[in-house]
Design a protein around this ligand. Structure first.
Ligand SMILES: Cc1ncc(COP(=O)(O)O)c(C=O)c1O
Length: 343
């Protein structure tokens, strides 16, 4: 029985083209700045995002941490959605490494409004309070269901942040999903952020890696932080080679993942016992609640039939579509869910 693995888009495997590129990439010591393939990936990523420079890093978590470390210093605060990956899922790195506090703002759909940022802003003249230094955007927003920001929302937030001297960092782990879903070029979106991290290792199918993009001076500082954190890699061109193939060949096809997620979500919403907010299913993530069953036992029963997903709460399940999932897998997944719910 083949397994339908909907736990995450991080389970994707490198494509044949990536594996070929990885074995033939010219290499050097990247800590000396000598790896031509890493250099090419960084130049390509910076150009794609319309930024001066970029830095290849081990993970999205490291990219976000470096993005914050160059945007805020110890004792300062970054304003972020209360359900942001930064706050919930990055092991409190900003606090531990940077001494930076996350101001958690609850939002309806992961989209921070200008008014919410203004309300969360700290006064400069009160010694009791931390100083606000930065705002964090998560696009697409994971815990809110893969929701993509509109260009207008990005623009409003950036204008407000900049008018108050706040830096803007974007957790763009799935920024290419946002671009495909909204039909907006990533460069146009990235205009509204100072720094941005995107992941190569999720829907883009690379085995490892993320890229932090931003102004040359901030990227220079981030490179030093990366070294301090043990993230200076040597012949990392082996990995960067896959990233170059991903940027060339794997972006447009994300539309297929979005279509499969939509079909899956509509099928799930039609099953008795499932509550799925279709308005949030804009990209490759499908979150749904179980009305009667608990998520862990539902998924245990599904896995017995070869379907894997993630339990993200007592009754909350997440399925993620990706390169390894075809239209037939979606139909089979729906049959398995229906049968499991029937008991
Ligand atoms: C929105 C978001 N940001 C950041 C990350 C962190 O990426 P990584 O797992 O590469 O550290 C993830 C991972 O799932 C994510 O979903």
């Amino acid at each position: 029985m083949s397994v339908i693995d909907l736990r995450s888009d991080t389970v994707t495997l490198p494509t044949a083209d990536m594996l070929r590129a990885m074995t033939s990439a010219p290499l050097g010591d990247d800590v000396f700045g000598d790896d031509p393939t890493v250099n090419r990936l960084e130049e390509t990523a910076a150009d794609r995002m319309g930024k001066e420079a970029a830095l290849f890093v081990a993970s999205g978590t490291m990219g976000n941490l470096l993005g914050l470390l160059v945007s805020a210093r110890s004792g300062q605060e970054v304003i972020a959605d209360a359900d942001s990956h930064l706050f919930l899922n990055e092991a409190a790195g900003a606090a531990v490494v940077g001494g930076v506090q996350v101001r958690q703002v609850p939002t309806e759909r992961g989209i921070l409004s200008a008014a919410q940022v203004l309300a969360a802003l700290r006064p400069d003249d009160d010694d009791h309070q931390p100083l606000s230094a930065a705002v964090m955007i998560e696009n697409t927003h994971n815990w809110h269901g893969g929701v993509a920001w509109s260009l207008t929302d990005l623009q409003r937030l950036a204008e407000t942040a900049r008018s108050r001297g706040l830096a803007v960092h974007t957790d763009g782990a799935r920024i290419f999903n946002a671009a495909v879903a909204t039909g907006t070029d990533v460069r146009t979106m990235a205009r509204h952020t100072d720094t941005i991290t995107f992941c190569l290792s999720k829907g883009l199918c690379c085995p490892v890696g993320s890229v932090l993009c931003g102004p040359a001076e901030k990227i220079r500082q981030a490179r030093r932080w990366r070294k301090m954190l043990g993230g200076g890699m040597r012949q990392a061109g082996v990995l960067a080679a896959a990233g170059l193939v991903a940027l060339d060949t794997m972006v447009d096809r994300l539309a297929d993942d979005h279509h499969n997620a939509r079909v899956l979500a509509e099928g799930l919403a039609g099953l008795p016992g499932i509550d799925c907010d279709l308005s949030r299913v804009q990209t490759n993530l499908v979150y749904f609640r179980l009305k009667q069953a608990d998520a862990a036992s539902f998924l245990a029963a599904c896995s017995g039939d070869g379907l894997l997903g993630g339990a993200l709460g007592q009754d909350l399940v997440r399925f993620v579509t990706h390169h390894g999932i075809g239209a037939e897998d979606v139909q089979r997944a729906l049959v398995i869910c229906r049968d499991v719910l029937r008991g």
